[in-house]
Design a protein around this ligand. Structure first.
Ligand SMILES: NC(=O)c1ccc[n+]([C@@H]2O[C@H](COP(=O)([O-])OP(=O)(O)OC[C@H]3O[C@@H](n4cnc5c(N)ncnc54)[C@H](OP(=O)(O)O)[C@@H]3O)[C@@H](O)[C@H]2O)c1
Length: 233
């Protein structure tokens, strides 16, 4: 019998992360619902457990190195391995709208969550992932981080954090040759972050992430994708 696959999704209490966790649970994964807020995390976990499949709450604040370490220790007490890490948690901070007025607080805070967070989570969960037959790390990035066509001035700290997350992705892919490590843009998605005018549902936004977490060829690594296809960095 094939063993049940296990995934951790950060920022899974709402938005794209919740939808990714729900879809993975429906596919038979045991899913750790990573969230920094206990109440919201437990509520999301309960909903997925009732409606979709196996889910367990894991408290993790990706902006806090100690919280990440604690989460990895907690996880290691209840599972012997992890197949998939989806680094989904991310922020756009209010006021992130003019690079010439960008404050150190906005810049550092954004990169701490969106860039350093995914790297520290990958480091902390590496040992559990290494016990998988086919470990995968999916970093939820953004087209806003693409350098190819320059910038349009929107949310500079956020965009820089995603450019740097793409850098983290290729570095992890090089350091972890037995892993599939990719960055993915979900498109513009109707969530609290994306707003009501976005052109994609959470289901559409989650689809490419779930594909990388599950069905994508395992030798596909070190890429930046949208809708299952590589896109320019
Ligand atoms: N929506 C879009 O159009 C779009 C486009 C491109 C890329 N993305 C990316 O997709 C990912 C998900 O975005 P979304 O649209 O679903 O946003 P969202 O609705 O604002 O959800 C963001 C999630 O990340 C969590 N989070 C934020 N900081 C965290 C931290 N320090 N530790 C743990 N969790 C944290 C939030 O938790 P709380 O509830 O506690 O705040 C929430 O669960 C992000 O990485 C985002 O950059 C989104």
């Amino acid at each position: 019998m094939k063993r049940q696959r296990i995934a951790l999704v950060t920022g899974a209490n709402k938005g794209i992360g919740f939808e990714v966790a729900r879809q993975l649970a429906r596919k038979g994964f045991r899913v750790f619902i990573g969230a920094r807020k206990t109440e919201a995390g437990i509520e999301a976990t309960t909903r997925i457990s009732h409606e979709d499949g196996t889910a367990e709450f894991l408290e993790i604040d990706v902006s806090d190195a100690r919280s990440i370490e604690r989460a990895a220790e907690t996880c290691a007490r209840v599972t012997d391995w992890l197949d998939v890490l989806v680094n989904n948690a991310g922020i756009v901070v209010d006021g992130d709208d003019d690079v010439m007025n960008l404050t150190p607080e906005i810049f550092e805070g954004t990169l701490r969550t969106n860039t350093l967070g995914p790297l520290l989570v990958a480091q902390a969960f590496r040992a559990l992932l290494a016990k998988s037959d086919a470990p995968r790390i999916v970093n939820v990035s953004s087209g806003g981080g693409q350098l190819t066509d320059g910038a349009d001035g929107w949310a500079p700290a956020y965009c820089i954090s995603k450019t740097a997350l793409n850098g983290v992705t290729v570095q992890l892919a090089a350091a972890l040759p037995k892993f599939a490590v990719n960055a993915v843009c979900p498109g513009w998605v109707r969530t609290e972050m994306g707003g009501a005018n976005a052109n994609r549902s959470v289901g559409e936004g989650a689809a490419g992430i779930v594909w990388l977490a599950d069905e994508a060829p395992h030798d596909l690594t070190g890429k930046f994708l949208r809708d299952r296809k590589p896109i320019p960095w």
